[in-house]
Design a protein around this ligand. Structure first.
Ligand code: ADE
Length: 234
């Protein structure tokens, strides 16, 4: 997978992309992540990338020229499956969308700033707009990090145990069951005995029941039609 990210703040990605799973995935060659500073494509002598909105109003707008020059240069060497703009107006990201996108190979992700980007970029160059939730961030960078992480962990071989992405919360519209580790008894707070029983079949059943219960309690909108823990409802 190749992910090219266009941003005015490439340094923001240094921490998250150089740690843990994203770091290992890059080292293993399973994903190539490149950061491009849109300012480098500004033809303005002051390297401006924003301007006042036509028609007046508050805030600045990201200019079309540097963004399009950058996209065109990158597109001349890479055939992108998707050119994504991170925006609160976009389709809300969920596990289904992440799964669907993770089957593709080449992504270009554009991070916006200021009041927004010139609409013509969205109209003529963007293939998909994605939001990470109904709130407004100061820019698309953190949203791009979230999307990148959600995609990369689904690439086969990125997680040590290949099945573990499949057992994530949301993969079957259920939240995860609770997990515990040693000690068994911490100040009288004990681990459910079933997990120490050694009975794999019962443990699997218990975990599924817990997932169903938790989904009902916490995220009832996710999973309204699955079996109740005590069997199908009458
Ligand atoms: N840019 C600003 N807010 C955003 C959001 N909620 N999702 C994606 N990109 C954004």
């Amino acid at each position: 997978m190749r992910i090219d990210i266009l941003t005015l703040f490439p340094e923001m990605f240094d921490g998250p992309f150089r740690q843990s799973i994203l770091k290992r995935a890059q080292e293993k060659g399973l994903v190539e992540i490149n950061l491009y500073n849109i300012r480098d494509w500004s033809t303005n002598k002051h390297k401006r990338v924003d301007d006042y909105p036509f028609g007046g109003g508050a805030g600045m707008v990201m200019m079309i020229e540097p963004v399009v020059l950058c996209i065109e240069e990158l597109r001349s060497v890479t055939d992108y499956d998707e050119i994504i703009y991170m925006s609160p107006d976009g389709t809300r990201l969920n596990q289904g969308i992440a799964n669907h996108l993770s089957l593709k190979t080449n992504f270009l992700i554009l991070c916006g700033h200021y009041k927004g980007i010139d609409e013509r970029i969205r109209q003529y160059f963007i293939t998909r707009e994605i939001s990470i939730g109904d709130y407004v961030l100061s820019g698309g960078e953190m949203a791009a990090m979230v999307l990148t992480d959600a995609l990369v962990r689904l690439i086969p071989g990125v997680l040590n145990d290949e099945t573990s992405a499949l057992t994530d919360s949301f993969q079957d519209d259920l939240v995860s069951p609770p997990v515990y580790t040693r000690p068994y008894d911490f100040r009288g707070y004990k681990v459910p005995d079933i997990l120490l029983s050694g009975n794999d079949k019962e443990i699997t059943r218990w975990r599924h029941e817990q997932s169903l219960l938790r989904t009902r309690e916490r995220r009832p909108e996710l999973n309204s039609d699955q079996e109740s823990p005590s069997g199908p409802e009458q």
